[in-house]
Design a protein around this ligand. Structure first.
Ligand code: SAH
Length: 352
């Protein structure tokens, strides 16, 4: 058992089973043993690799998308350019480089990062020294908000419920023979899931992310009040159904209870639940990452970059383009939703 596993087993023995959300929060953000607090999980040597780490084109196009959205809204003279969960800061560094030639954009933009891990904050400071850091979205300055969140929402802890009649049994992490094990609470009706009675039947499993609504509401309210746009990019679907909790260590899928604090834990993002919280701002329809990047011109950009490359570097570049866009790779699994003011046009690439 990992050191965190031993701590959790002790806690559960003393006070009883915990929700999956509590378990996930401890695994990811425990101050001493948490997955994100103790390591840099990203990149080829880490446990998983994200789009901005695959190719500079990803951050460049996201940056240009937000730069164009800023122009479309009349180029306000002071804005917050924010990222939720910036990882190594690669995406924002690429976005800033790509938008150097958008006249006035850099003079208007202050870069703000929302990041919980001090380890990753240190890496982000190397990539984007001028950034300002926040523990959550609520302390961002009250200005037009141009925001990106890539693979952020999938890292937020989820609870899981199994339908039983018109009630729900929650999946809880308990102990059996000194080992962490999943069990089910007694069935109870749940206001939280009243909207899921229509599309589920007995035995179905649904997931609920308790910290997401406040974040989506804050982003929607700011964008409605001050202007701006948000791009939320992640794996998931319009509405999630079934168990999507996934643990990954060293690029391998493992049992979510096996290596607490050592394996990354994620769940698919329920985009309908995000969309339901952004009112009075508007949201775009859900678009695949492949279509979004193609519409923003990734193939042109890839061809331009290819001119300067040869040999292995060229092969790697072609593979990266394919990995980001092809339906068999990240192109279809990853989705994008945009948030924008009711008075503005949708961000580029996400038009209906
Ligand atoms: N966006 C980056 C990193 C994705 S990993 C990329 O695409 O490469 C998830 C990121 O979200 C990490 O930076 C992690 O530390 C951060 N994170 C996870 N949960 C968080 C929370 N509750 N509050 C703030 N940051 C969080």
């Amino acid at each position: 058992m990992t050191p965190l596993g031993a701590l959790l087993a002790k806690r559960i023995a003393a006070t009883g089973p915990i929700t999956l959300a509590d378990y996930m929060a401890e695994c990811l953000m425990h101050p001493v043993h948490g997955y994100y607090t103790t390591r840099d999980p990203l990149g080829a040597s880490g446990d998983f690799i994200t789009a901005p780490e695959i190719s500079q084109m990803f951050g460049e196009l996201v940056g240009l998308c937000l730069g164009q959205a800023w122009l479309n809204q009349g180029a306000p003279s002071a804005i917050v350019l924010a990222e939720l969960g910036p990882g190594r800061g690669t995406l924002m560094a690429d976005a800033l480089r790509a938008t150097r030639d958008v006249p006035g954009f850099h003079a208007a933009a202050q870069v703000h990062f929302v990041e919980a891990s001090s380890k990753l904050r240190a890496l982000q400071a190397q990539a984007v020294p001028e950034a300002t850091w926040h523990d959550d979205i609520n302390s961002l300055p009250d200005l037009p908000l141009f925001m990106i969140a890539n693979e952020f929402f999938d890292a937020l802890p989820i609870r899981q419920f199994v339908r039983d009649g018109d009630g729900w049994r929650e999946r809880m992490v308990g102990l059996q023979d000194d080992k962490l094990t999943l069990g089910l609470s007694a069935p109870a009706p749940l206001d939280l899931l009243s909207d899921r009675l229509a599309d589920t039947q007995a035995g179905d499993l649904v997931e609920h992310c308790p910290t997401m609504p406040a974040i989506a509401q804050a982003a929607g309210a700011r964008i409605d009040r001050h202007g701006g746009a948000a791009l939320i990019i992640d794996y998931g679907d319009w509405q999630s159904l079934g168990d999507t909790l996934q643990a990954v260590a060293e690029h391998e899928t493992v049992d979510p209870l096996e290596k607490p604090g050592v394996a990354d834990l994620t769940a698919h993002v329920d985009f309908a639940a995000i969309a339901a919280n952004v009112h009075p701002a508007k949201h775009t329809r859900l678009t695949t990452q492949g279509v979004f990047l193609e519409r923003l011109g990734i193939t042109n950009r890839a061809q331009m970059l290819a001119k300067r490359l040869s040999g292995d570097a060229l092969d790697g570049h072609i593979a990266a383009h394919r990995r980001l866009t092809h339906p068999d790779e990240m192109g279809d699994l990853f989705k994008v939703i945009g948030i924008y003011p009711a008075t503005a046009t949708p961000p580029p690439g996400l038009e209906p």
